[in-house]
Structures are given as C-alpha cells and as structure tokens.
Write a protein that binds this ligand. Structure first.
Ligand code: ACM
Length: 533
C-alpha cells in the first residue's frame, strides 16, 4: 500500500491530501488507477428501489461533512455513485462486492444487498477521513482515487460480544456500537443480557426479572478478593420496544444480534427475582461481586418451563438463527447437595452432575430446535456430552473448538488469550487503568488464526468464524468500553475478513494510523497506548 501525497488547490487554498486512503479490513484485491472522481454539488447517488435504504444511509453517513445535497435518483448517469445488484457476481458470495471508481462515476455492484452495504463501507474509507465528521468540513478535497476493488469475507461469523449485565449500556450506545461493528464489516453482535449481577431484558410473563433482577445495590470495587464495594446502586434494562429497535437497526446494517440468556449458572439475578428457581429456597440479592457464583438454577420441571417461556419471548424478539444459552461456569455444589437434583440424576440414569448439566442444555436444544433455531453455548456444554444441535463457543482456549469441530459441530472461536478485549492491552497498567487482568496486546489479536491447526480441511469447515469479547466487570460505561474495544476490534475485523496471506502487521499499523482519524471523527475513545508514536 502506498500513500500518494498530492497538493491540491481548493478555493485558493493549498491543501495536502492523501489520494489513496487505507481501508480496514484490507480488501481481497485493490488496483489503483490514474485519476480520481471528485464529489461536488451535482453529484448524485443512483440506486434501484430495492437499494434505496442503502443509498439513504450513504447520504446520511457522508452528507453532514460533505455539505451538498447528494440527491438520490433512479438512473444517474455521470457524476454519480451507482449502487447496483448484479446476480452475475454470485461467485463473490452473499457478502462480496466490486467497487469501481472511474473519473466520472463510481459503481458498487454486488449479488446481494449485504455486498452493496460492504462496498459502501469501503467507499467511505476511500473518502477523506474528515468525511466521518458530523459537521461540514471546509477546504477538504472530496476525491476518490480511481480503483478496481473486488472483495469478500474469509469467515461468515465476524462477531463482537458485549456484556450488558455487569454494567448496563444505554440503548443509544448499543446503536453506536452496531455502527462501529458494521463499519469494520463485522456482522454479529453477541448480546450478553443476563448474568448474576443483572437481568437486562424485559420478559412480559415474568416482570420481576427486570423490576428486581435488573438492579443491584452496589458493585465490587478493586480487584477480585479485595472485598471492597462502591456503595453505588446500579441497574437498567432494555424494554421489548428497545430490543426491537436494536434488532431493526442492526438488521439494516447487516448485523445479526445473537441474544444470550445464561443458564444453568450465572443465574443469581433471576433467582433474586424468583427464589423458586434456585436450589436453596433462601432469598438472595442480585449479586454484587464479580466472579463465579454458586447460586445456579435448579433442575425442576417448573424451572425448565420457566426458562423455555423466557426463550419463547426471546425467540419472538430476535430473528437470529442462533440463540445463546451460556452454559459456562456452573458450579455443581448446590446440585450435589440438593435431594431434588440427585433424584433427577438417578431417575434419568445419569452418571454425575456434568451429565445433569448436559441434560439441562439438551432440554433447551430440543426446545430451540422446535422453534427452528440453533443453540449456541460456551465450551463447558461439552462436559457431560454435547447436545445434538449445539454450536460451541471455544473460550477456554482452542481445545473445545477442536473437539466440537472433530465431532461434527459448528464452532465460533472465542479463546480468551486472543479475543478477550477486557484484558490489558499494554504493560503500563497504571496508564491503562484497572481491568480484569490478563494481557492481550494489539499485535496478538492481529496474529490470531481462527482455524486451529489440529483440524483437517473438512473439520475446518465447522469453524464459522470468531468474535471479540467485552466483559464489563471493569468496564463501567460506554467510553471505557470504546477504550477497551478499539483498536483491537479493528485488528480482529481484518483477521476475520481479509485473506490470511494478505495479513501484515506493520502494514496494518500504517493503515491504522489513518483509520484512527476516522475513529476520532466518530467520537470513539480508542486506546492510544501501545501504538507506534
Ligand atoms: C466466560 O468467559 N465465562 C465465557
């Protein structure tokens, strides 16, 4: 990648502008050509009716900084940005596109609408970085270098996870986060909605899940084990109307929202709301500590039905094929001590509590399959036997993913050592501020290879992709979440989109230095520490 520097004259002012701008994630193929297209007061966006909403989105994205009208027309000729669907490009897949920049017109063509959307994201990055601003920019050359780009993703699951339970994140921020994911051509938002410390989704049949389970009296301060608390109540939840808005907003940007409803562990907020869901019958508060909690769901029929009722509402709200049921970190102490749990083990002829957990997840797998959905869970769902339809998120390293893929199950790679963005990103903990621990610098994210080497070509087809995790025990607000998420999300987007052979860390860094100007324009509080000066 070369940056051509050109001196342009604009309104009598000398403006220095890079003519060739870096794109993240790096496209499959780019050929720059002589010349450039210039956006001006007469430029239009031309789109058939089925692409009108994408044309509108492009206009909204760049319009405020551009300042001219950019009218949307059916048949623009020259001086137009053309959006077109072209089934002849089917070889590029459902998310692929071509982008041709000629001196007098720009063409984004794709076999499906998703590809047009990704072509638009690339075009935005060929425009001056100021085009990301929300105010009118002066003395900026609105030029796009002539180029031929052909592009499509390496993986189908390009995800980011957000934990809205440990700290509630306002709806407006979730929408911004979706915009940021989509800009990086990522297409899954894994929405962690329930946990010990807070239940964040309105369930009409069980209102106490949010009226009680959505609020805790304080939060743990400092590191786990210090036993300090902040004394500040915390809570919030998304109404079903909020969820519908989030899902619709994401859908318009080709992001699937995969909801996570945790079970059988990470259940204390729900048990605080409905104590009959627990094993001890004792009233509990919503959990105020971080870490793994012993209060897990009991295995009574009524609890299974309660959770299936919850899933019925969840399925009604989220069109996602995948529904996440957690499955991680479920201590077995209470089941060991519970006569009901032991009787269930005996009645089902199970070996132990691990098989009981597997039975529990199996109930949800069958239920979700009956609704035409697929269950996904963290890799502990392998313990005691994997439910037949289950997809596995491999977080405790790569082993779970390898085992699941070898057994013919789909997997999403989420190993903590490469994809947990709640870990420190530098060695300077003082400057970075408190995090949960660990160390995951940008270079390590960039170097991650989602297909474990233990898999042969056939097994590797089960690796749907990977995703970054943002657990929020130590991420109390959106600005901190942006700090932890960026620029590591930029690196992961390239891992998931760009062909492996095209990845080059030094070259990524030089592109990133310009990309950060876009993040600044978008008011993203990225972490500047650890980046080359
Ligand atoms: C997890 O980090 N407990 C999935």
């Amino acid at each position: 990648m070369t940056f051509l520097i050109a001196a342009l004259t604009l309104g009598g002012m000398q403006v220095t502008k890079r003519m060739t701008l870096p794109i993240i994630p790096e496209p499959v193929s780019i050929r720059y050509e002589d010349g450039h297209f210039t956006l001006g007061p007469k430029t239009t966006i031309s789109a058939p009716s089925e692409l009108a909403s994408l044309a509108e989105m492009l206009k909204e994205d760049i319009g405020p900084a551009f300042g001219f009208d950019l009218p949307i027309v059916n048949h623009g000729d020259s001086d137009s940005i053309h959006l077109t669907l072209d089934k002849k490009l089917a070889r590029l897949g459902v998310e692929g596109y071509t982008l041709r920049v000629h001196a007098h017109r720009i063409e984004i063509s794709a076999p499906e609408t998703a590809g047009v959307f990704y072509g638009i994201q690339t075009l935005r990055q060929l425009l001056p970085t100021e085009s990301f601003r929300k105010d009118k920019t002066e003395n900026v050359a609105w030029t796009v270098p002539c180029a031929r780009i052909e592009d499509y993703p390496r993986f189908g699951w390009r995800g980011m996870h957000i934990d809205a339970s440990r700290h509630f994140m306002p709806k407006e921020f979730i929408l911004k986060y979706i915009d940021l994911i989509a800009l990086h051509k990522m297409n899954v938002l894994h929405f962690h909605l329930t946990d010990d410390q807070g239940w964040r989704i309105e369930i009409k049949k069980y209102p106490k899940l949010t009226s009680v389970g959505g609020w805790r009296k304080e939060s743990m301060a400092g590191h786990y084990g210090e036993h300090r608390f902040d004394g500040v109540p915390h809570g919030g939840f998304y109404t079903q109307e909020d969820i519908k808005e989030i899902v619709r907003y994401a859908h318009d940007r080709f992001v699937k929202v995969v909801p996570e409803i945790e079970m059988p562990g990470h259940a204390q907020a729900a048990i605080a709301a409905y104590p009959e869901l627990g094993n001890t019958g004792k009233p509990l508060d919503v959990f105020t500590e971080w870490g793994v909690d012993e209060n897990v769901f009991n295995v009574d029929d009524s609890t299974i039905h309660f959770l299936q009722d919850v899933l019925t509402e969840v399925v009604g709200l989220f069109p996602s094929e995948f529904i996440h049921v957690g499955g991680d970190e479920c201590p077995k102490t209470q089941w060991k001590a519970s006569p009901e749990a032991q009787a269930r083990i005996k009645a089902l002829g199970l070996k132990d509590e691990n098989e009981l957990q597997s039975w529990f997840i199996h109930q949800m797998d069958t239920f979700l399959a009956s609704k035409g959905r697929r269950l996904v869970g963290w890799d502990e769902i392998l313990e005691g036997g994997l439910a037949p339809g289950a997809t596995v998120m491999s977080w405790q390293g790569e082993e779970g993913g390898v085992a699941a893929a070898k057994a013919g199950h789909d997997v999403v790679m989420t190993p903590a050592q490469y994809t947990y963005f709640d870990h420190y990103q530098t060695q300077d903990h003082k400057a970075e501020g408190l995090t949960i621990g660990g160390y995951l610098p940008l270079r390590r994210v960039y170097g991650y290879e989602p297909v474990p080497k233990e898999l042969n070509a056939e097994e590797a087809k089960h690796v749907l992709g990977a995703q970054g995790q943002l657990w929020t025990e130590y991420i109390p607000n959106p600005k901190r979440l942006e700090f932890m998420g960026f620029p590591r999300t930029c690196a992961l987007s390239e891992v998931l989109w760009t062909p492996k052979k095209e990845r080059d860390y030094d070259q990524f860094l030089s592109r990133l230095s310009v990309h950060l100007e876009r993040l600044t324009a978008l008011d993203v509080n990225y972490c500047p520490l650890g980046l080359p000066k």
